[in-house]
Ligand binder design. Sequence first.
Ligand SMILES: Cc1cc2nc3c(=O)[nH]c(=O)nc-3n(C[C@H](O)[C@H](O)[C@H](O)COP(=O)(O)OP(=O)(O)OC[C@H]3O[C@@H](n4cnc5c(N)ncnc54)[C@H](O)[C@@H]3O)c2cc1C
Length: 295
Amino acid sequence: MPANEMIVEKIVDYTPHMRRVIFSGPGVADYLADPPCVPNIKIYFPRPGQLLDQPGEDERGRWIFTGDQRSRVRTYTVRWMNEASSQLAIDFVRHGDEGLASAWVERIVPGDVLGALGGGGRVLKPGGYALMFGDETALPAISDTLEQMPADQVGQVFIEVHNEAEIHELAKPEGVRVQWLPRGQAAAGATRQLIEAMETLELPAEQVAAEEINLWVGAESQVVRFARQWAAKVGIAKSNRLIIGYWHLEMNEVAYGKDSDHDRVHGEMDFERPGHEAHRHEHTHEHEHEHTHEH
Ligand SMILES: Cc1cc2nc3c(=O)[nH]c(=O)nc-3n(C[C@H](O)[C@H](O)[C@H](O)COP(=O)(O)OP(=O)(O)OC[C@H]3O[C@@H](n4cnc5c(N)ncnc54)[C@H](O)[C@@H]3O)c2cc1C
């Protein structure tokens, strides 16, 4: 079985700190045919200056990462897929050279290759009152969720971004209010803007009581841990929350996965995008770290 090789076709900086990479190639075709697993996929990077190394296979023919491949795996959101053009887009936050993915994305040129494995994950269930909080790493997921919402959806979304130059139009239902929170001079992961937005938010009491609030949070670990406490305090039912740490200050993704599994807890909202539940890649889902054993 070939690995999901994805070839960089086009690079679009749609804001100064968000770089959209549009991939084509056999890996993308596999995702489209398989059928696609969304919203999240695992991508893995070649060693600097080398060709992409293929993952191994277990005894059942399922892909597994071998050797040091695991340290080169990162989680990203599929921003969109286009069956007609056989393309897949990922939006990368440009956060400097300290990250494997962020350094890679600064240097790419069309024709560069990376690997992708599996996919899946939960999404915010539609309906009720939608409440979303995220920083720019969650912006691809938030944008996609807003695009999928029914036209009569109501809710509020808070998005922390680098600065005002990152603010852009989002396709969304009229009844969902989006509030941008630019950091200005502050560093990513060093602000309390999302936390303060939660603390000062006045939730419609009737909807809290009727368990109609659906909460989604994707951000740095500290925000996520606060969000869970806050959600419990204001009475948002656990089964109506989906709270995931997207990154951890001063920790790379592999270390964060090992340390606290992205601050996930069991028993939160368990809703998959309709049409994708049955097609989940057998061997991978959001907790792939445990599902991709070494030989
Ligand atoms: C389900 C899920 C979906 C995600 N989708 C996306 C997506 O679509 N686009 C996207 O850009 N990110 C997304 N992320 C976040 C992304 O996986 C992490 O930011 C990841 O750490 C980036 O890898 P890296 O190799 O660049 O940095 P790493 O090597 O993992 O980390 C190196 C250093 O960079 C720091 N760092 C990591 N991310 C950031 C950041 N955003 N800003 C500042 N410092 C940072 C770390 O604290 C660490 O010190 C997602 C995460 C999850 C869990």
